[in-house]
Design a protein around this ligand. Sequence first.
Ligand code: SF4
Ligand code: SF4
Length: 456
Amino acid sequence: MDICIYNRLESLFQVRGYGDVVMKVKTFPKGIHPKDQKSATRDKAFEDAPRAELIVLPLQQSAGVASEPLVKVRDTVLAGQKIAEAGAFISAPLHTPVSGTVKAIQLRPHHMGLKLMSIVIQPDEEQQWVELKPGPKDPDPEYIRNAVREAGIVGLGGAAFPTGVKIAPPPEMKVDTVIINGCECEPYLTVDHRQMVENASAIVDGLALMVKAVGATRGMIGVEDNKPEAIEAIKKATAETDFKVVVLETKYPQGAEKQLIHAALGREVPSGALPGHVGVLVQNVGTAAAVSAAVREGRPLIRRAVTVSGSGIKEPKNLVVDIGTPVKDLVEYCGGLSDGAAKVIIGGPMMGVAVTSLDIPVVKATSGVIALSRDELTEMDYQPCIKCARCVEVCPMGLMPNRLSVMSEIQVWDEMKGEHLFDCVECGSCSFVCPSNRPLVQQIRLGKYELKKDRT
Ligand code: SF4
Ligand code: SF4
């Protein structure tokens, strides 16, 4: 295990060797260096996954409030049609990726372990589309914000915060810089890498549109230095622009918003504040490409890229998938699970969620389906804390996960607030290094849940 510990003053640059070339790459304090495990899919170009026999679209597809159905059972729908309206300000509308018939609106399993109200659509053969309305050549900020909101775009890096809300910051948040996040620091995942290699000009166009939407003065794209092909593609696509490509050290969690802002700009987002409070908007590369498609072509978010990988998958691939496709279809398309497969995770292995059934749909937030074999997993009960402080040394938010863990065990929820519980970005770095195998991030999540529950 390679653990990296820096103090704050030393953290902005690391000197790296690339053959004969030595260059400085930016980074943030602390963090870890898990193996990147990307070689199985790094060079796999996107393939279209086959259309599913049944599409299941949970109404909760974003942070915030679930959307509200606009269709009823037996309605016929066209591909790209809006089938649910945003349920509140922090919410996003939902569109169908297929034409067909609404078979049911019912509770269906979701990867978070709950059953969520979902619209179930039986695709037809025709795949007829709604009429898409391309945007004007030079859209104004209001047009961009509306088009993005109407397209149901959410952050595709995993957080699924509605992009329409993010690019309409309140007046007190003066955004001067938009950063496109091309770090993809989670092991195994390579969809962002492929987006940069295959769709660099759409990403740069999305960046230009978001810079305009928020009235920023500059745009940049941050990419980790384990993606030289992506860096080259993005540099080429930005050659005629003022946008800057920032090369960052490959370190986890480089792609977390606050760590990216620290590394790229040297700005620290204070405890409890948002990136907008320090003048920054961060968006994922896939989100930027979706923004371009929404504004230029009027295309809603109905498909997304998913890495299917891990030693438990027979033929790892990068797929472009209809949202609502069952995860089991993707696994089958990739040759199925290998004999040693022991655990399937939705998302990356650091922040993803382990699932017990593959009969769950791809949602807007699904960046990966990772199957791990038994020999990659640690099977050990967790032990008492031995006070080694490794978790403290790696926590990128400067927290004391060991203390939070013990507080969670003895259920002193209010005291956890004093330890800045809500600053935890749930990156899992602490759990990763803990020699006692303590479920630190799970205990912290439990504390957040208990405190939020008391508020409602
Ligand atoms: S306490 Fe939270 S932010 Fe810190 S390492 Fe653990 S999961 Fe990451
Ligand atoms: S890494 Fe684990 S054992 Fe070490 S101090 Fe943190 S919680 Fe305790």
